[in-house]
Design a protein around this ligand. Sequence first.
Ligand code: GDP
Length: 197
Amino acid sequence: MAKTYDHLFKLLLIGDDGVGKKDILFRVTGDTCNTTFITTMGADFKIKTVELDGKKIKLQIWDTAGQQRFKTITTAYYRGANGIMLVYDITNKKSFDSLQDWIRDMEQHASSDVERIILGNNCDLDDKRQVSKESGEKLATDYGLKFLEISAKSGINVEEAFFTLARDIMTRLNSRMNDNNAPGDGGPENVSRCLLT
Ligand code: GDP
């Protein structure tokens, strides 16, 4: 069957239970006309297609659906990931502190050339804020990552977060292609082979 996209990027949502990962996924992919693919390893993904520089990019966005407690899925979950969203809840300091552990986990399991962004969710709940925007920015700067505050509920910055990550992956892909002058050599398009198994 003819391919209907130019690139396929696997993106992961990572963070403590309750920070809003599921809602972010639903906000960006919508409820309708979008199948949830449930894999045998207990993590789900949904698809969103975006256009970047005239190219059709299929984003395959994974959420562990609370399964992150079971360490056994970790390796399979990270395999082939092109981008990772590290999510905390700005009204929950503990979820922010946990990001250090998630970053460690990610560094242990994900490929070193994965693009990453830190997202402070629930920014519509400013009156309940426990983590300042500056703290989020500082953590991101310390690890050399990008940062956005978002709201899955109101939609603030959600699309932007996905575009930012997709654009960074695209930039890396383009520079790698230029370096190697060998397009398609095991790049992100090939991740689909190891999915749904
Ligand atoms: P997950 O365990 O990380 O997948 O978290 P959920 O997506 O299940 O979200 C946990 C709770 O926070 C749910 O009741 C959501 O409706 C709520 N929630 C998620 N994102 C936001 C947000 O941006 N603003 C507000 N006010 N509530 C949110």
